[in-house]
Ligand binder design. Structure first.
Ligand SMILES: Cc1cc2nc3c(=O)[nH]c(=O)nc-3n(C[C@H](O)[C@H](O)[C@H](O)COP(=O)(O)OP(=O)(O)OC[C@H]3O[C@@H](n4cnc5c(N)ncnc54)[C@H](O)[C@@H]3O)c2cc1C
Ligand code: SF4
Length: 331
């Protein structure tokens, strides 16, 4: 395998060339991906002298009488939590879909420092219609652990497949995922659902080289966006104030089933056999790396989805969160 070539990218950051290590999902070993530290954050720090402070964990955000905001954080330093605060006129909250929502819920309901936040907060959470179908190729070598994780996509946003909108992508996974899955099959403490999924993949995992013939097909689709995030109440068995998702995934079954049907067609056309995760067929459970929404101020559901919109949220997510902090109530 060729060695990476590191050179300055157009923003001046050191960036390597892709050497097909297949670890895109868990962090590129040679910094070949266009991650924010090599573009937006790099420009913010180096051109606009933004003060970026890693390992600062925010908890309380309070609005002061003069309209300013005070943010309380703990700096994680030498194994200790060192408390601190900063005060500013504008707070842009961009802690991701789950953590942004949790922070706002906690500040409204536990710390009571942002009491005016809309009752719509926590609503319209979406799993982005994500679905992954492992597919076994017995007569073909597909090598999913080599090369970038996604290299192509088919766009079905035209509604031609049962009026559902989705994208299909060729997936991949890091080679250590196989070692992890093999260890997990022998772990007696693995959950029942984990054992079910691993059971379905057993024959492949135990073959000499599962990385030759197991490829995951990926998809994202426009789902119902009907998840509701709240904080737990205290019970004799559980703590109060933990983020809880109430999400009826059956309402998104139509788009997921359309995706599975297309995965089956593509697998058959390329000589593969799909292994539909029993966690979906039996329990209607889904997993997403693209959580969306939740930090909502309006009742209108954010129906837009798909990867290209997720990409926009990376940059713009903070802006749609920012607005309501300056208005008393948006509904
Ligand atoms: C395996 C994987 C593969 C993916 N592949 C793709 C892809 O190919 N294309 C695509 O478009 N998207 C992809 N995504 C999704 C994409 O990474 C996310 O949508 C995106 O990173 C979200 O950006 P964000 O800035 O909103 O949140 P995040 O990237 O989650 O950033 C939130 C930040 O806030 C910090 N934070 C949280 N709580 C606190 C707190 N209390 N105090 C201080 N800081 C806090 C977190 O540490 C984190 O750094 C992928 C995601 C995963 C997990
Ligand atoms: S395949 Fe992915 S992880 Fe590997 S070098 Fe290329 S970008 Fe990095």
């Amino acid at each position: 395998m060729a060695a990476t070539v590191v050179s300055k990218n157009k923003h001046g950051a050191d960036q390597g060339t892709c050497v097909h290590l297949g670890n895109c999902d868990i962090g590129c070993d040679v910094s070949a991906r266009n991650t924010l530290d090599l573009n937006y954050l790099y420009i913010a720090e180096n051109r606009h002298h933004t003060d970026v402070r890693p390992l600062h964990l925010v908890d309380v955000i309070e609005q002061l009488n003069d309209g300013m905001f005070r943010v309380h954080f703990d700096e994680l330093k030498n194994g200790e939590r060192v408390p601190g605060t900063e005060t500013g006129r504008i707070v842009i909250l961009a802690a991701g879909s789950l953590a942004s929502t949790e922070l706002l819920l906690r500040n409204r309901e536990v710390h009571r420092t942002l009491p005016k936040i809309s009752a719509a907060l926590g609503h319209h959470w979406s799993a982005n219609g994500d679905f992954l179908t492992p597919t076994a190729y017995v007569t073909r070598v597909v090598r999913p652990a080599a090369g970038p994780t996604i290299t192509a996509a088919i766009d079905f946003e035209d509604g031609s497949q049962g009026r559902q909108q989705f994208w299909i992508q060729d997936g991949g996974f890091p080679s250590l995922a196989v070692a992890y899955a093999r260890n997990k099959t022998m772990d007696p403490s693995a959950s029942f659902k984990a054992k079910l999924v691993l059971g379905a993949l057993q024959t492949l995992l135990l073959s000499t080289d599962p990385l030759q013939g197991l490829m995951p097909w990926f998809a994202q689709g426009v789902d119902m966006g009907n998840g509701i995030l709240t904080l737990t109440q205290e019970t004799p068995f559980s703590e109060a104030g933990k983020l809880h998702l109430n999400w009826e995934s059956t309402k998104s079954a139509a788009v997921i089933d359309a995706i599975i049907s297309m995965h089956k067609r593509l697998a058959a056309a390329t000589g593969g056999t799909v292994l539909i995760p029993p966690t979906w067929t039996l329990f209607r459970d889904l997993i997403t790396p693209h959580p969306l929404g939740g930090a909502t101020w309006v009742k209108r559901p954010p129906r837009a989805s798909l990867t290209k919109v997720v990409t926009c949220l990376v940059i713009l997510g903070c802006m749609w969160l920012m607005v309501p902090l300056f208005h008393d109530r948006w509904e």
